[in-house]
Write a protein that binds this ligand. Structure first.
Ligand code: GLN
Length: 543
């Protein structure tokens, strides 16, 4: 069978969980034996989300091939296990930048460059390019129907729907059916209006997914079907649930996958195998205990900023059959107060990735607490760099050790490679610099030293993990720091870039320059998170 395209749009309000819906549909089709690919079109003008603050846009998800993408791609990977690539996420900004680049090169041979057909052609090309003969491509369109911004995307998928025909394309629209407590009713009008808006641009949804906080009675379902011109079975309730990993199961129970397959006239008699997901949900709902992990970071009010991280910790919990409770702590707190009070009693401390000086000293204090109180510590990227600074200052006695990301210091234990390799001056970023795309991004191999704690955790010495950082730990301090007790347990294959560190005399203290959370899956928890949560569980039995 040829590749079939499923386009997912959203209406009424944003944040209805289109990303999860797309990911869960991918899971359901896989569970029936089909191959899938999930893609996202983002309507904003940034060329990629790499330059956006996590406050604006949540986490930046990095792919193996080094693309900085929307956090929904993390959901796609966690649900389908298919590694996302550069060609799975595009923004209006990138489309325009490509079209304008071509215009400047004269590729349009003097023609007038227009949204239709030039921009829409570029979008269609993106949606259909770089496929590996997948059975299904699920393509999520960011934003809400009715936004000015998403019009070129909607026009492009309308055209694609027409070109591919019903046999190879379908449209799913996700809306909200709110409950009004004053009148005690579920309201279908927002859905009707949202579908009208979609029809105005020439798209008729084949399935309407209705997000609702309670079951939708037949009456309302029929009403939506009648007004939106579809069969009642194609109105699929998407009811709020306690864990996202229940979503594929729930969708199947409501008939979502059946509706999708019957649209394509594919036989639906065989049932999908969802045993793995049932097991995952069961472990989440009925854990044997609980551990508390303090996450000491910057964007702690906005859990979306650390989406993959919090999911990876859930996966660590699944692997150990425990609930992982996260205690989000803004590191700046420790700069004003005594750390002990907040960290006493937690079973693990994690300092995640981060940028800039604000809050860094607080993170260093959290590292010191973990080291001195023998609390399991996992430092990710910035969290490893802070662990190195802490060890340099407090174990090796280098009192002015720091990172050149913040300022000049006597002992730049973290800095840019160019500074120590070519003896260049400290490179400070200046206003007006190009901010996008200047980092070590994507998957890189690393070599772990045999018989170190981390090599034992991975069960191997060759690993590949994803990176997103500009600064590196300075290899010239290896000897000094190892003498003081901080072992450089893994490096880049050429031995130039430290990739992992660990404390010799500590139950569980590991820093990694890469982001292991990006590769963790609920059905395949990352070994570092599995081991870290196990260590936290041991710790919970001590305190
Ligand atoms: N700010 C640090 C760097 O650029 C760490 C980045 C991160 O934690 N992702 O190297």
């Amino acid at each position: 069978m040829g590749t079939r395209f499923i386009f997912i749009t959203g209406g009424v309000v944003s944040s209805l969980g289109k990303g999860l819906a797309s990911a869960a549909l991918g899971t359901l089709l896989q569970a029936r034996g089909y191959s899938v690919r999930v893609r996202k079109l983002d309507p904003y003008l940034n060329v990629d989300p790499g330059t956006m603050s996590p406050f604006e846009h949540g986490e930046v998800y990095v792919t193996d091939d080094g693309a900085e993408t929307d956090l929904d791609l993390g959901h796609y990977e966690r649900f389908t296990g298919v590694a996302a690539t550069q060609s799975d996420n595009v923004t209006t900004g990138r489309i325009y930048s490509d079209v304008l680049g071509r215009e400047r090169r004269g590729d349009y041979l003097g023609g007038t460059v227009q949204v239709i057909p030039h921009v829409t052609d570029a979008i269609k090309k993106f949606v259909t390019a770089d496929l590996r003969d997948e059975d299904f491509v699920i393509c999520e369109i960011g934003g809400t129907v009715g936004d000015i911004e998403s019009l070129p995307f909607l026009e492009a998928i309308r055209q694609l729907g027409n070109e591919l025909g019903n046999e190879c394309a379908m449209f799913v629209h996700l809306t909200l059916v709110p409950y009004l407590s004053a009148s005690g009713e579920l309201k279908t009008k927002p859905t009707q209006h949202s579908v009208m808006e979609l029809q105005r641009v020439g798209i008729r949804p084949d399935v309407i997914l209705c997000r609702c906080d309670r079951p939708i009675p037949d009456g309302e379902r029929n009403k939506i079907a009648l007004f939106c011109n579809i069969r009642p079975e194609a109105v699929v309730p998407a009811i709020d649930i306690d864990t996202i990993y229940q979503v594929p199961i729930e969708y199947h129970d409501q008939g979502f996958d059946t509706q999708v397959l019957s649209h394509f006239r594919i036989d639906t008699a065989a049932r999908p195998n969802l045993d793995t997901w049932r097991d995952i949900v069961c472990r989440i709902r009925e854990p044997d205990g609980e551990v508390v992990i303090a996450v000491v970071g910057k964007y702690t009010d906005l859990p979306d900023a650390y989406k993959s991280l919090s999911e990876a910790l859930v996966h660590g919990g699944i692997a150990n059959n425990v609930r992982v409770k996260l205690d989000w702590i803004a590191s700046e707190l420790f700069e004003a107060e005594d750390t002990v009070e907040h960290l006493n009693g937690v079973h693990g401390i994690l300092v995640p990735g981060g940028f800039g000086e604000r809050g860094a000293e607080g993170k260093i204090k959290a590292v010191q607490f973990a080291r001195e109180h023998r609390v399991p510590y996992l430092g990710i990227c910035f969290g490893m760099q802070m662990a190195v600074i802490e060890a340099a200052r407090n174990l090796a006695g280098l009192s002015d050790a720091g990172s050149t990301e913040f300022r000049r210091c006597d002992d730049p234990v973290v800095g840019l490679m160019t500074e120590w390799q070519r003896g260049e001056e400290v490179e400070q970023r200046v206003a007006g610099d190009n901010m996008g795309g200047t980092m070590r991004l994507g998957e890189y191999p690393a070599r772990l030293t045999a018989r170190t704690h981390i090599a034992e955790i991975y069960g191997r010495t060759e690993i590949e993990e994803r990176h997103r950082h500009r600064y590196e730990v300075n290899i010239n301090y290896q000897e000094t720091l190892e003498k003081a007790g901080l072992i450089f347990s893994g490096t880049s294959p050429d031995g130039v870039l430290p990739e992992t560190v660990e404390l010799e005399d500590h139950p569980w203290f590991i820093g990694v320059q890469y982001h292991p959370e990006l590769k963790s899956k609920p059905f395949d928890p990352h070994p570092l998170f599995k081991s870290f949560v196990a260590a936290a569980l041991d710790q919970s039995r001590l305190v």
